[in-house]
Design a binder for this molecule. Structure first.
Ligand code: SAH
Ligand code: DHB
Ligand code: MG
Length: 220
């Protein structure tokens, strides 16, 4: 389900509040054949503002694609900050690397190519400083695994944001056929059950249709 007015309102919001300085990232992604499933500009800036609001210096991302959300995070953490981002597809990672270098934030971004679950143990062994913000936006079926790992890699006060938890409303089907909708229900139930997290979720409409994101605070 989508609605032409949602897109029109998104364009108005982006023109008014975001501008389109990074539209060449979308052009590069499209030229390289990447799917247009990046966060929208309004969502990207929202993520960036959350990161700045909590003074995030270290961000962890699941799902780089062409680096559009990564770019917003990299700008938020500042020149001394760091973004670690997991990407399964080498081709996506290559496009992201070019986009981020061209935008002047490449040095802040560590792209780890491969399945996130394969690369997480090595990251944990490095005993990195806790991440302040985790953005989960990769293969939805692993969302619960990513939240469990995020708990190991964060501290009380850190924030987890999970994209695409509403899936055009598919999550209210108690036995959703779409594996990703099932996974969204599972991760929302995990957020509710996990005593170290306090969470909410917000539905969104816009140029990407009807979806939503979850926001969780690490409390302990
Ligand atoms: N966050 C990006 C969009 C990510 S799209 C943005 O808003 O700009 C989802 C990405 O996750 C795709 O590039 C896909 O290749 C990647 N992905 C899928 N499975 C993965 C896995 N197991 N580990 C890491 N990345 C994965
Ligand atoms: C899809 C993935 C996303 O991360 C997103 O924001 C929108 C769509 C997808 O796989 O269809
Ligand atoms: Mg997404």
């Amino acid at each position: 389900m989508t609605n032409a007015e949602w897109g029109e309102v998104d364009r108005y919001l982006v023109d008014t509040l975001v501008g389109d300085a990074d539209s060449e990232v979308f052009q590069e992604n499209s030229a390289a054949g990447l799917p247009a499933i990046d966060v929208s500009p309004a969502q990207g800036k929202f993520l960036h503002l959350i990161a700045r609001s909590i003074g995030a210096r270290r961000a962890l991302e699941f799902g780089t694609l062409g680096g559009y959300s990564t770019l917003w995070l990299a700008r938020a953490v500042g020149p001394e900050g760091r973004v670690v981002t997991f990407e399964y597809e080498p081709r996506h990672a290559e496009v992201a690397r070019k986009n981020l270098d061209r935008k002047g934030v490449g040095e802040r971004v560590d792209i780890r190519v491969g399945a996130a679950l394969d690369n997480l143990p090595a990251l944990a062994e490095e005993q990195p400083e806790p991440f302040d913000l985790v953005f989960i936006d990769a293969d939805k079926v692993n969302n619960s695994n990513y939240v469990q790992w995020a708990l190991r890699l964060t501290r009380p006060g850190s924030v987890l944001i999970i994209d695409n938890v509403v899936r055009h409303g598919a999550i209210v089907d108690p036995d959703p056929s779409e594996a990703s909708a099932r996974a969204s229900r599972d991760v929302l139930e995990l957020l509710a059950a996990e005593p170290r997290l306090d969470a909410s979720a917000v539905q969104t409409v816009g140029e990407k249709g009807w979806d939503g994101f979850a926001y969780a605070l690490v409390t302990g």
